[in-house]
Design a protein around this ligand. Structure first.
Ligand SMILES: Nc1ncnc2c1ncn2[C@@H]1O[C@H](COP(=O)(O)OP(=O)(O)OP(=O)(O)O)[C@@H](O)[C@H]1O
Length: 248
């Protein structure tokens, strides 16, 4: 719940590895009416001194189950964390963990069918018993070859051995989930942004998406007379859909 007991407008930022999710979220740090839950990967890299991400990449058959089980916990924690603001932006969700990453390691037999069944049962149990708010998904759509280059360039130590085929498969799974809707449920409308654009152009794209994402916040701020002025006032100009941007 937000400060005035209204559920925050909850946005998941999704996209392939290296699609710019963290950069996108950081763009919204300038607004005081937004709670940002960013970089879950840093929790996976340091659980009581253990780097689960590294263990998972080094020996997936041994560690994928443990890793995904911890990812689910961190995601559930982010979903359930109260936000004192009218808008909550989250990097990833339980849904991309299940429909993209767990799906991938099930299909390539990294997981034993029994391990997959346990993760899937947890996911279903959570879905049916714990409220997970979702109002909008921002999909940072990229080409696999472009994010592959970015991943090589940023050189995160655990991702040194990531092959292009892994990025391509994750791309297909994101598309099947968010665009083609052929394989799983999609919990909210999807705003698609062209995240192949380089950093100078993408900032304009982010700016345009502000209207869509903050629309709810505008309503809340305007209907709340005691509210302090936001760090940066949220513009009420109607959203302009650009050629790079569409809503599904
Ligand atoms: N269930 C999962 N959810 C997210 N990442 C996972 C999952 N399983 C494995 N990973 C790995 O965790 C790492 C983090 O990927 P993620 O896309 O979440 O962050 P990122 O690459 O830092 O995002 P960006 O560059 O878009 O800001 C990747 O190496 C990915 O393969």
């Amino acid at each position: 719940m937000s400060a005035n007991n209204v559920k925050p407008f909850t946005v998941f930022v999704e996209g392939n590895i290296g699609s710019g999710k963290t950069t996108f979220l950081e763009h919204f740090r300038q607004f005081e009416d937004i709670t940002l839950l960013t970089e879950p990967v840093e929790m996976w890299r340091d659980l009581k001194g253990c780097n689960l991400l590294e263990l998972m990449y080094k020996d997936p058959e041994k560690w994928a189950m443990t890793f995904q089980s911890y990812v689910s916990l961190t995601m559930l924690d982010m979903h359930r964390r109260p936000a004192p603001t009218p808008v909550k932006l989250m990097e990833r969700s339980l849904f991309s963990a299940r429909y993209c990453f767990v799906e991938h390691i099930m299909r390539n037999n990294t997981l034993h069918p029994a391990q997959f069944a346990v993760l899937d049962e947890w996911f279903r149990f959570i879905q049916h018993n714990i409220p997970i708010d979702a109002d909008l998904i921002v999909y940072l759509k990229t080409s696999p070859s472009i994010v592959y280059q970015r991943i090589k360039k940023r050189a995160r130590s655990e991702e040194q051995c990531v092959p292009l085929s892994y990025i391509e498969e994750l791309h297909r799974l994101h598309e099947d989930w968010l665009i083609n809707r052929i394989h799983a449920e999609c919990p909210a409308p999807v705003l698609v942004l062209d995240a192949d654009l380089d950093l100078s152009q993408i900032t304009d794209e982010y700016k345009r998406s502000e209207h869509q994402i903050l629309r709810k916040a505008v309503n809340v701020v305007m209907s709340s007379p005691n509210k302090h002025s936001p760090k940066k006032p949220i513009s009420t100009t109607p959203i302009k859909i650009t050629p790079h941007m569409r809503i599904l």
